[in-house]
Ligand binder design. Sequence first.
Ligand code: ADE
Length: 237
Amino acid sequence: MTTSNIPWTINILTLFPEMFPGALNYSLVGKAMAKNLWQLNPINIRDFATDAHKSVDDTPFGGGAGMVLKADVLDAAYQSLGPDQVFPTYYLSPRGKPLTQETVQKLSTAPGLNLLCGRYEGVDERFLQKRGIEELSIGDYILSGGELAAMVLIDACLRLRPGILGKEASFQDESFCKGLLEYPHYTRPQVWEGEVVPEVLVSGHHARICQWRQEMAEKMTEMRRPDLWMLYKKKED
Ligand code: ADE
């Protein structure tokens, strides 16, 4: 088997392995999984609990609400990954570095990924420190666990992998690649509820269309995302 025949592998450490593949079983990424371009390996953290009750968590030292996933159980699950699964490992957490398209691009070129999904209050800090596990957040809001965040991350990476999106061009043109939001799109009918498609788009004049799209992308970014607009202007100068 050549390297290119080995599916891109994502190991997921989770208390809810049955949540996977979930949404990732559909559309282009689902088809790509059926074609063996990538594979998911959910690992149930509870399988590595050692006591009679199969406990995976305990109360936090210092008191307070919630439960904390135990370092010893987490590590047993993590160490169960074989020596051929030494991939970049991330813990999905609202405390993590915000996930950006730039990070997604980097992760999509890794040989594979190991993702840890937390539940409850969090995980024992010593496990993250000892194993050098970085944290990633998909946004400034709190989900009830890392599983949905892992799916977001996986989907974003997969669509950048070779053979998954139909046309390479369809993502090159998109928001965030050039630091701008996408221009508006229109399709038939040309008039809908009295609203007419911008004239330039039916002109057949390629250069004018390009210029219009660029202007619209800039306008939308300036209006909706002043933070991105500032970065874009800085890069242009
Ligand atoms: N787990 C809970 N909330 C999260 C978030 N916003 N991003 C990543 N993982 C999470």
